[in-house]
Every structure is written in C-alpha cells, then in structure tokens.
Design a binder for this molecule. Structure first.
Ligand SMILES: NC(=O)c1ccc[n+]([C@@H]2O[C@H](COP(=O)([O-])OP(=O)(O)OC[C@H]3O[C@@H](n4cnc5c(N)ncnc54)[C@H](OP(=O)(O)O)[C@@H]3O)[C@@H](O)[C@H]2O)c1
Length: 268
C-alpha cells in the first residue's frame, strides 16, 4: 500500500502482541524466512529486543536487507510526555537507526497532540519514515488530532475484522489519504475461534480448499486493509502468508461483509 509519505507498506505482516522476547524472536525469524517483510511490535509488548534480534539474525544470514523491511512500533501512553526520548529508546531496543512507521498506541486527548508533535520532530530528523495513529474510533477524535498537527497520519491501525468492519470510519479516514490497518484481523487471541469457526467462512474455505484464516486474510487484502495476524506457530505463519494466493469472488466478499456485528471484541 502506498503511504502518503511515498513509502510502500506491505499488506500482510506478522503481529507480535502477547509474545515474550524469545517467542517473538522465533516467530519473526520464521516469518522473515517465509517472505514476510512487515513486522508489528510495540513498546508495551515488551518484545522489541526479541524482534530486533530476529531482524539482525535474518540480516546476518543474508535473508534480508534493512531496506526490504517495514518495521512498525508504537508509543505507549505513559511516554506521551517524552515522545522523542521514547522513540530513541525503541530504536535502541530494536537495534535500528530508523523505523518505517511509529504509531501513537491510543487516543489520549489530554496529551496525544504533544506526543504526535514529538513523532513529527523525530520524523523530520530522519528517525521515522512515516507516522500514524492507533485506536481512534471516531472521525471527530481523528480530526481533533489532525487539526492540531502538521503531518497527516499515514496509517490508522484499529481493531478490524469481519465481525467489526466500522465502514463509516474506514471510508472517512481513507478519504483523507490515510491507510487503514487491521489489528485482531482474525478476531484476536481468545476470540479468533469465533471467526474461524463461523459457518459461512468455513464454507467459503472449503470451496477454495483453503483454511478459514486464509479466507479472512484474503478478505482483508481485498478490502484494502493492511493486516498483521499474530502467531507463534510455524504452521500458521506459513499458512497466513500463503493467503496471498487466494482470491475471493465479489459475491463471497459481500457475504463476508454481511457478518458485521458492529461490535468490537476488545474493550480498549
Ligand atoms: N494497536 C493495538 O492496540 C493492537 C491491539 C492488539 C493487537 N495489535 C497488533 O495486531 C496483531 C494481531 O492481533 P492479535 O495477534 O492479537 O490477534 P489475531 O491476529 O487476530 O489472532 C491471533 C490468534 O490467532 C491464532 N492464529 C494465527 N494464525 C492462525 C491460523 N492460520 N489458524 C488458526 N489460528 C491462527 C494465533 O494463535 P497461534 O499463535 O497458535 O498461531 C492467535 O491465537 C498483534 O499481534 C499486534 O501486533 C495491535
């Protein structure tokens, strides 16, 4: 996906929420071997060092070059008062000298504008290639931040999946030139089975001899979302990237669209 900064963001990546350093390292290394080039982490996940180790190993093994990778991390809310220092700390833990994308992790009206201005400053210094937001669920909240800052968010990363599609917000945000990225693309650790076992998704998967996860990831891709399924399973990591070969018909897309409940799984 072409971002408003001119950089290209892969449409499928690996998520690392809930993975400890060692597991994240293994999962990311596995993913890089399988051809993933987008990695999503966050300061609050506590695994930036593990992610950084995997990147270095893959570079040492000659699997990737830094410029082939797209690394995202997020600024945690308690760091909003000292954003630029927090950017430096994330870079240090990851062992990188720039990030492809840094997001404010959550809307926090009392100081998120100041935090975003810190990201703008780090971007001007070349430490961040693109900056954006996560967890802004209304056009008013999104606009509140945009009005008071200079660099338009390249990406908004929100909970998005067939049961929560948020079409009005997606249309609005995209209209401003911001790319939508889906977290909990499979419904999230804990709730993913509700999506994977949904009968319509199961029947579309059977028709394509694909897995339910692949059907959902193809749906995300065809909706134009960036998706970052989290996994520590070698089999799932390989299965998820193979979804790139699956194409759903317009009718199948419409049927999955009809599963929207308008309700999120997460409470934050
Ligand atoms: N910005 C935010 O506030 C925010 C919040 C939450 C998450 N995120 C980001 O979004 C990423 C994705 O969210 P998530 O990891 O929480 O949830 P998810 O990707 O929707 O679901 C992950 C769950 O699905 C399972 N899974 C993955 N691939 C599978 C497959 N092919 N078949 C069957 N099960 C499969 C995983 O188990 P296995 O490990 O066994 O594969 C795990 O239990 C996170 O990792 C994180 O990077 C961001």
């Amino acid at each position: 996906m072409l971002l408003n900064t001119g950089y290209d963001m892969p449409q499928l990546g690996i998520g690392t929420f809930m993975l400890m350093n060692h597991t994240a390292e293994q999962a990311v290394l596995e993913a890089l071997k399988d051809g993933y080039r987008l990695i999503d982490t966050a300061r609050i996940y506590g695994n930036e060092r593990g992610v950084g180790k995997a990147i270095r190993k893959a570079m040492q093994e000659g699997l990737i070059r830094r410029e082939d990778l797209f690394v995202t991390t997020k600024l945690w809310t308690s760091d909003y008062g000292h954003a630029e220092q927090a950017v430096d700390a994330s870079l240090e833990r990851l062992g990188l000298d720039y990030l492809d994308l840094m997001l404010l992790h959550h809307s926090q009206p009392y100081n998120d504008v100041t935090a975003y201005q810190g990201l703008e400053s780090a971007m001007r210094k070349g430490k961040l290639r693109s900056i954006g937001l996560s967890n802004y669920y209304s056009a008013d909240d999104f606009d509140r931040l945009v009005r008071q800052t200079e660099i338009h968010p390249a990406v908004l990363q929100n909970e998005l999946h067939p049961f929560f599609q948020d079409p009005a917000l997606v249309q609005y945000v995209r209209g401003t030139g911001t790319v939508m990225e889906a977290w909990f693309p499979l419904g999230g650790r804990g709730d993913h089975r509700k999506l994977l076992q949904q009968p319509l998704i199961q029947s579309i998967a059977a028709a394509h001899r694909a897995s339910a996860a692949q059907v959902i990831l193809a749906w995300h891709r065809q909706k134009g979302f960036v998706a970052i399924p989290g996994s520590s399973s070698r089999r799932h990591i390989a299965e998820n990237i193979a979804s790139a070969g699956l194409h759903l018909s317009e009718n199948e897309m419409r049927q999955i669209d009809s599963l929207d409940t308008g309700r999120r799984f997460a409470a934050y």
